[in-house]
Design a protein. Structure first.
Length: 220
């Protein structure tokens, strides 16, 4: 799995389109429509037709010349499929997208790396609550965390090597730390299961019926 990079192009694109539209001799089909606050006169929105088909497909919300957030309809189906978010300095912080292309925002790619890792947050329930976090080095998946019971805490931790799943650890007791882990070889094939019955960080290898029973419990 690879990290999907989202360069900062849309807000800059709106400003560039505004300049192009206003320049003499340029294609008037590519238009930018500004909106201003009725009381303060400050610029609050730029709406743009980036592809020149006559329909607005990009909206940037502003406080004067500082961008707050942006939205775009990239495929022209009338539904938003890209969302941009900015901090107080106007720097892009993260970009939202729709995994199904249906106008529901469910995936967020964070721009700034932390400890050399980039992050993608997902809402598999599509309710805007992050229930899976993925961490990348450049564009290679390193690890992932999941919240499968909706309590706001991670209860599954996956570790990858060169993008291949090598370990999946589970919190089966609700204690906030893993007590079962599945192991995989360098091809991503399951090779065994371990358990920490005392929940003290000491894992022991399971086999036979005990392994099958525990594995069935976490694979539900």
């Amino acid at each position: 799995m690879r990290f999907q990079k989202f360069p900062r192009i849309w807000f800059v694109g709106v400003l560039a389109a505004a300049a192009v539209t206003c320049a003499p001799g340029n294609d008037a089909r590519k238009r930018v429509v500004p909106s201003y606050d009725l009381f303060s006169g400050r610029l609050v929105q730029l709406s743009a037709d980036q592809d020149g088909d006559g329909a607005l497909d990009q909206w940037t919300y502003l406080d004067g010349n500082r961008p707050l957030r942006g939205e775009a309809d990239l495929d022209g189906d009338g539904r938003i499929d890209r969302w941009e978010y900015f901090d107080r300095s106007g720097a892009l912080t993260h970009v939202g997208s729709s995994s199904r292309g249906d106008g529901v925002e469910d995936t967020w790619s964070w721009i700034a790396a932390s400890n050399g890792e980039s992050r993608v947050s997902r809402s598999r329930a599509r309710d805007r609550r992050f229930d899976r976090q993925e961490f990348f080095a450049k564009d290679t998946l390193l690890r992932a965390e999941e919240d499968n019971n909706g309590d706001g805490r991670s209860d599954r931790w996956d570790r990858y090597d060169a993008g291949v799943l090598r370990e999946a650890a589970y919190d089966t007791s609700g204690g906030g730390r893993p007590d079962v882990r599945l192991l995989y070889d360098d091809k991503g094939r399951y090779v065994g299961i371990e358990s920490d019955p005392e929940r003290d960080g000491t894992f022991v290898r399971l086999s036979g019926d005990a392994a099958a029973k525990v594995k069935a419990g976490v694979a539900k």
